[in-house]
Design a protein around this ligand. Structure first.
Ligand code: HEM
Ligand code: HEM
Length: 219
């Protein structure tokens, strides 16, 4: 049997990972844009809570999802992460961590921090609504949101810089799901149905929060 090593477009991000990412971007941006307006308060809660729901989904998908979606693929421990960051800072030209097409350890660190931060914003938001620790909670909520925005900016810059270093458009890969690799590196399938169900579930949750049907979380 001939094993081909010729590089071609192979699928690495399944549909649920891509849908998760871009819905998270929409939810985070939506929560920002509605943060200061009292008239859009319900929309703010809806975007904020649905961002948290997406993160919860991603936790499950990190165990059940396809090859590169799994946490065991890219969470390699502090030593490995540090080694990789040092390598990034010192080496020139294109580099990829081993033959792995998924997240590199530095990217994984950004991903985990963003998911934890989004959950913390959601929990502090819930506590504001429940009038828990008054002004302090409002301050905490806003501060965590600002820190998250900072990490998002670093994350986007890193994605662009890494794209140049690896000579591969990583943002496009998060849209199409494809990167350059060998057929043996591809995932088992796009799992489009799970992605479509995720979009529907997100839209339904947005509707429930917006209309006040989840009163225990919004008042
Ligand atoms: C327009 C802005 C954004 C762009 C262009 C962008 C780009 C990307 C890219 C290219 C990756 C894949 C990195 C890799 O190949 O290892 C990624 C992953 C990720 N990004 Fe973003 N991102 C954006 C905004 C955000 C925001 C606002 C959040 C969260 C608040 C976020 C959270 C994440 C997470 C959690 C992952 C990991 C995806 C997964 O494995 O499920 N991103 N992003
Ligand atoms: C990704 C999600 C979220 C982001 C980025 C975000 C961001 C913000 C920001 C920046 C503010 C301050 C606005 C100002 O300048 O006054 C704010 C206010 C607020 N947020 Fe969020 N938020 C999110 C999710 C939530 C959630 C899930 C809730 C819970 C229901 C919530 C409830 C509130 C409330 C009640 C305020 C007003 C605080 C006050 O009394 O000043 N937020 N949010």
């Amino acid at each position: 049997m001939r094993v081909t090593t010729h590089k071609q477009d192979v699928l690495v991000w399944d549909m649920p990972v891509r849908v998760f990412h871009w819905l998270l971007v929409i939810s985070f941006a939506g929560a920002w844009l509605t943060a200061e307006s009292e008239a859009q308060q319900m929309l703010h809660y809806a975007f904020g809570y649905s961002a948290c729901a997406l993160v919860l989904f991603r936790l499950v998908w990190g165990v059940m999802g396809t090859r590169y979606a799994r946490f065991t693929q890219f969470i390699k421990g502090p030593n490995n992460t540090w080694h990789h960051i040092k390598l990034l800072l010192t080496s020139k030209g294109s580099l990829r961590f081993g033959s792995n097409l998924g997240h590199n350890p530095a990217g994984a660190l950004a991903m985990i921090s963003l998911m934890v931060l989004v959950m913390l914003i959601g929990i502090s938001g819930y506590w504001i609504v429940k009038d828990f620790y008054g002004d302090f909670m409002s301050e905490a909520h806003e501060t965590i949101a600002n820190i998250t925005l900072g990490v998002v900016i670093i994350h986007v810059l890193a994605a662009v810089i890494m794209s140049f270093m690896q000579k591969e458009n990583l943002v496009k890969a998060m849209v199409t799901g494809k990167k350059q690799g060998t057929p043996s590196q591809a995932i088992r399938g796009p799992l489009n149905l799970v992605g479509i169900l995720l979009i529907l579930a997100w839209a339904y949750l947005m509707f429930l929060f917006y209309t006040g049907a989840m009163a225990s979380l919004t008042q």
